[in-house]
Design a binder for this molecule. Structure first.
Ligand SMILES: *[C@@H]1O[C@H](CO)[C@@H](O)[C@H](O)[C@H]1NC(C)=O
Length: 417
C-alpha cells in the first residue's frame, strides 16, 4: 500500500470507514429486520470509530529529517503514532554509546509534529513480552519499520515476531541522509580544523567517503567539503509544512539562526518562543551566511536539510528558507512581526557589541526580547561530544557503513514515500 502523505492516508481512512459502515449497516440491518422498516441514520453515525494506533521505535540519536520523515510516513498509516525511544543502556549494548542521552532524545521525538505519544526506555528489539504490552496496554494495531533490514546480533530479524503476528507494516527509507553520514561530515570538519593531518582523521575521511557515492569536493583551499546526497524536492517541503498562514489577529513571533544539527536546545528555545505569540516564524540563515560567521566548515547540514528539521518541529508554524542576517524593517513589515526573540545560549552572542548588530532595528522599535535558553546545548556541544568519543563511533560506523553500503548496492526502486 502506498504511504503517500495525508492524501492516501485519508483515502485509506475513508475506505476503512466505508467498510466499517457497510458491515455495521448489514449487521444492524439483519438484526432489525422485521422490527423496523427504516434504519435511523443517526445510530450509525454516532458509533465512534476506534483510531488506528501505530507504533514505531528507534534510537533517534542525532535526530535528523530522515527520522522525521519516517515518523511522518508511519503516522500516515494510522490515526495515532506512538513512538518507542530506546534506552541509553540498550543502545550502549547494541551499538555503542549514544551522542544524545535519553532525556534529550525524548525532547526531540516529542517535538516532532507527527508524534502523538512517546514511550521512554523501549527495548532495542521487540520481545514477545513487549509486543504483548504494545498490543494490550498501548492498543497498538501495527508495528512500523523502514525497508532497511534490522538484524539482531544473533542474525535474526528484529521484527520477525510482529511480522508473524500479521501486525507489521513497512515504510520506505528516506534517501540521502543517515547518522553515519552526519558523523562523517562532523569528523571531516574537525579534521580540517586540526592543523596536522592526523592519520586517524584521514582514515575516517576515507572510511566515510567510500560509502554510497559520497563525494568529496575540493573547496579550493585544499580541504574537502562534504556534499550532501539530499535532493530537496518541493514535494518534500510541502509534506513537512503546515500549509497554513497566520490568522487575521495572530501575534507573530520571529526567531532566526542557523539551526545546524537540530538539537534539544533548539527545540526548547522554539517552544518558549512559540509561547509568546500565536504564530512562530523561523528565519533560517543560508549556508554562506553561516560559513561567514562560524567558519568554512559550517554548516554541517545544508539550508534545505536544516529547513526540514525545523519544519518538523511542532512549535514552528513557518520558516523562511534563507533569511537575511539582519532583521530589517522590511522583513518586520512584510511578515507583520510583533516580536523578535533570541536565546541566551547561542554560538554567536556578541550581537550587542557588533557594529552591525542584526537586531538593531527590532531593538530600536522596542520589539526585541532575549529568552533564557532552557538548555546549555549548541551545535558545537554536539560536535564536541562526537569527537570526544570518536573511537567508539569509528568502530560502530565501520559496522554500520558496511551494512549501508550493502543496502545501497542492493537498492531497487520502491514506490511510495
Ligand atoms: C498584525 O499583527 C497584529 C498583532 O500583533 C494584528 O492585530 C494585526 O491584525 C495584524 N495585521 C494584519 C494585516 O494581519
Amino acid at each position: 500500500m502506498s504511504s503517500d502523505g495525508n492524501l492516501s492516508g485519508s483515502a485509506h481512512q475513508s475506505s476503512r470507514f466505508l467498510a466499517t459502515w457497510l458491515i455495521g449497516g448489514v449487521v444492524l440491518g439483519i438484526s432489525v429486520l422485521g422490527f423496523y422498516s427504516v434504519i435511523p441514520k443517526g445510530i450509525l453515525k454516532k458509533k465512534k470509530k476506534r483510531p488506528v494506533r501505530v507504533y514505531m521505535d528507534g534510537c533517534f540519536d542525532m535526530m535528523h529529517y530522515g527520522h522525521c520523515n519516517a515518523l511522518r510516513q508511519a503516522r500516515a498509516l494510522g490515526d495515532q503514532l506512538v513512538v518507542g525511544v530506546v534506552s541509553d543502556a540498550e543502545i550502549i549494548v547494541n551499538k555503542g554509546p549514544p551522542v544524545t542521552p535519553l532525556e534529550e532524545r525524548m525532547i526531540m521525538v516529542n517535538a516532532v509534529k507527527w508524534v502523538d505519544e512517546v514511550i521512554p526506555d523501549a527495548p532495542y528489539a521487540i520481545t514477545e513480552e513487549f509486543m504483548k504490552k504494545l498490543f494490550d496496554e498501548y492498543n497498538i494495531d501495527y508495528i512500523i519499520h523502514g525497508d532497511d533490514p534490522c538484524v539482531l546480533p544473533d542474525g535474526t530479524d528484529a521484527y520477525a515476531l510482529a511480522k508473524k503476528a500479521g501486525r507489521y507494516k513497512q515504510i520506505k527509507r528516506t534517501e540521502g541522509v543517515s547518522s553515519t553520514d552526519i558523523v562523517g561530515r562532523m569528523l571531516l570538519c574537525v579534521r580540517e580544523r586540526s592543523t596536522a593531518d592526523s592519520p586517524k582523521h584521514s582514515s575516517l575521511q576515507r572510511q566515510f567517503s567510500h560509502g554510497h557515492n559520497q563525494k568529496l569536493v575540493d573547496g579550493g583551499s585544499g580541504t574537502g567539503t562534504r556534499v550532501s546526497h539530499f535532493l530537496p524536492t518541493s514535494r518534500r517541503i510541502v509534506q513537512f509544512s503546515n500549509g497554513r498562514g497566520p490568522g487575521p489577529d495572530s501575534r507573530i513571533v520571529y526567531i532566526d539562526g542557523a539551526f545546524d544539527l537540530f538539537h534539544a536546545g533548539h527545540v526548547e528555545i522554539l517552544r518558549l518562543a512559540r509561547g509568546l505569540g500565536d504564530f512562530l516564524l523561523v528565519g533560517i540563515h543560508p549556508d554562506h551566511t553561516v560559513s561567514a560567521h562560524r567558519g568554512a566548515h559550517r554548516p554541517i547540514m545544508n539550508l534545505h536539510e536544516r529547513s526540514l528539521s525545523v519544519l518538523a518541529c511542532r512549535y514552528v508554524d513557518e520558516v523562511i528558507i534563507g533569511a537575511p542576517w539582519e532583521v530589517s524593517k522590511d522583513t518586520i513589515t512584510t511578515f507583520n512581526i510583533s516580536l523578535v526573540v533570541c536565546g541566551t545560549v547561542a554560538e554567536y552572542n556578541d550581537y550587542q557589541k557588533d557594529k552591525n548588530n542584526p537586531y538593531a532595528v527590532p531593538m530600536s522599535m522596542g520589539i526585541f526580547q532575549t529568552l533564557e535558553s532552557p538548555l546549555e546545548i549548541t551545535t558545537s556541544t554536539i560536535i564536541k561530544r562526537i569527537v570526544s568519543n570518536h573511537e567508539a563511533y569509528q568502530k560502530r560506523n565501520e559496522k554500520k557503513g558496511e551494512s549501508e553500503r550493502k543496502y545501497y548496492e542492493g537498492k531497487t526502486f520502491v514506490t511510495g514515500d
